[in-house]
Design a protein around this ligand. Structure first.
Ligand code: TXE
Length: 482
């Protein structure tokens, strides 16, 4: 049994209640560890410590902060193998994916903000003819809450923690209770890197208990959250009357729009990834595929054949394309959508959707990747986020028609467009109602760019200076001289 502990004021501690939750490895289906079930009293304790730490941390020089974050980044790289294995055990993702994407991105997050904080600047405004100069001070907010999900555990947690710390805040963080291990290991790294006590506090536990207590606490000035739209709504309802700053990165139902003039092979390779990477459990996955009618039948045949050839296996195997689904309840949720689709005469399951048998791991949560042909964009399958290895596909005739369907969604996180026509890609990029548009690529990220969604995909933007602005409070100072 691996026991995870909270990290408060530089100490590893159980929760005050001494209660624990089970931690399950989805690739085996067995409990392999336990995590503290924290509640309000653990949060109160951490907040007292973070408040003391804030006085010093917010006054350290930029160089000191930058060097500390850089040391954390280096230590993440040094511990790549251990962290990748922990991520794969907790989440079910292929180990090679954790090694090549999740963990390198976690160190990149720290390294990026270690640099960014030394380049961050504020504005001054000279009121000409009035002998007046205004300048903007940007101060750390104080104590901030970072709440992250299970799909990209360390990647998304560090995407919040790194800018919060870089800006001089102290942090109360809560990783998902489903995937807590790398957050625990990160605390060991922070201790080794010399991050002062109380600057980062990691509290484990359930969302409605530990998470809710963070959101409700009056001393928490801002919440940066990634997770489900319903949870985001609840967080907004709690935090808004307290006038907290909010950054909410929520669900998506992203269109993948394929025109007949695309670079076919590149589109096909990328579409396999944008459909099924991380078992389709990435908020940016293109789960609604729209294909121009001229290309539709060819695409359908080739895509289904390529999907059938994907290897579902234990995450540790090098040739595994899809590992396990993160948890049993999530597997059941995904399956319920597929079972409904099977009964719907307007839908056709083209492949997959049944439980996959992986040798030696009969209790693991494995699902064959599923492609479903649908007739309209209004169906439940196209309107609700499933967050698993399930994509729908349908054809379209015109640019106007596909644009209308792409935008006909309560979500607006990202969209992908495949075409060689420059004018069309410019027109559509303007018109697509999503926070991110990828043209002839997917998941291609420059950390300086604004990241986030429109509509029910969230509010606010992460990334680059946007994140540093979020984690600071601007104050205008106006001076008149004679
Ligand atoms: O998310 P939750 P879950 C979507 C996806 C998935 C669904 C649920 O559709 O099926 O969300 O996933 C904490 N106050 N995405 O259950 O519940 C919780 O403990 C404060 C999209 O993981 O939103 C965890 O740390 N915190 C997505 C975090 O919030 C609360 C990524 C996310 O949990 C809380 C993951 C509360 N009341 C899932 N309730 C994306 N867009 O990237 C829960 N939490």
């Amino acid at each position: 049994m691996k026991t995870i502990l909270n990290y408060i004021d530089g100490e590893f501690l159980p929760s005050h209640s001494n209660a624990f939750l089970e931690n399950i490895n989805p690739s085996t289906g067995y409990v392999y560890g336990e995590i503290p079930r924290s509640n309000t009293s653990d949060i109160d304790f951490a907040i007292d410590k973070a408040e003391i730490a804030f006085k010093t941390w917010s006054n350290t020089t930029l160089e000191t902060r930058s060097k500390t974050l850089m040391r954390i980044a280096d230590l993440i790289d040094e511990n790549l193998d251990q962290l990748a294995m922990a991520e794969s055990n907790d989440n079910g993702k292929p180990l090679h994916l954790a090694k090549s994407v999740d963990i390198p991105r976690a160190s990149a997050n720290f390294r990026f903000f270690a640099h960014a904080l030394t380049q961050f600047y504020s504005e001054s405004h000279e009121s000409q003819g009035k002998n007046t100069i205004n300048y903007t001070l940007r101060k750390a907010l104080g104590l901030v809450g970072c709440i992250s999900p299970w799909n990209l555990p360390l990647y998304l947690l560090t995407w919040k923690i790194a800018p919060a710390l870089a800006a001089g805040n102290t942090v109360i963080a809560k990783p998902s209770e489903v995937t807590p291990m790398t957050a625990f290991l990160l605390c060991k790294i922070c201790e080794k890197a010399g991050l002062p006590n109380g600057v980062l506090n990691m509290i484990h536990g359930l969302g409605p208990e530990a998470g809710q207590a963070i959101v409700e606490h009056p001393k928490i000035k801002a919440i940066s959250f990634t997770g489900g739209t319903k949870t985001g709504e609840n967080i907004a309802r709690t935090a808004a009357p307290m006038f907290k700053k909010l950054s909410l990165e929520l669900g998506g139902k992203n269109p993948n729009i394929i025109f007949a003039d695309c670079d076919y092979e590149k589109m096909m390779r990328t579409t396999l990834k944008s459909s099924f990477a991380n078992q389709g459990q990435i908020c940016l996955c293109g789960s609604r595929i729209f294909v121009e009618d001229k290309l539709y039948e060819k695409f359908k045949t080739d895509f289904v054949n390529r999907v059938k050839a994907l290897k579902i296996g234990h995450p540790i195997e090098d040739n595994t394309d899809l590992g396990a689904i993160v948890s049993e309840p999530h597997l059941k949720k995904i399956k319920s959508y597929i079972d409904k689709a099977k009964k719907d005469p307007k839908m056709k399951v083209l492949c997959g959707g049944d439980l996959a048998k992986v040798k030696k791991f009969p209790n693991g949560y494995y699902l064959n990747p599923c492609v479903i042909e649908v007739q309209d964009n209004q169906c439940q399958l196209n309107q609700e986020e499933i967050f698993g290895p399930v994509v729908s596909m349908m054809s379209f005739k015109t640019e106007e028609e596909v644009l209308k369907m792409a935008n006909d969604s309560v979500y607006g996180l990202s969209s992908t467009l495949w075409t060689q026509n420059l004018n069309r890609s410019m027109r559509m990029s303007q018109a697509l109602e999503t926070g991110i548009v990828w043209v002839n690529t997917w998941l291609n990220r420059d950390l300086r760019t604004p990241f986030g969604g429109t509509k029910q995909s969230g509010v606010g933007r992460e990334g680059g200076f946007e994140a540093l602005r979020f984690f600071t409070e601007p104050k205008n100072v106006c001076i008149e001289y004679s």
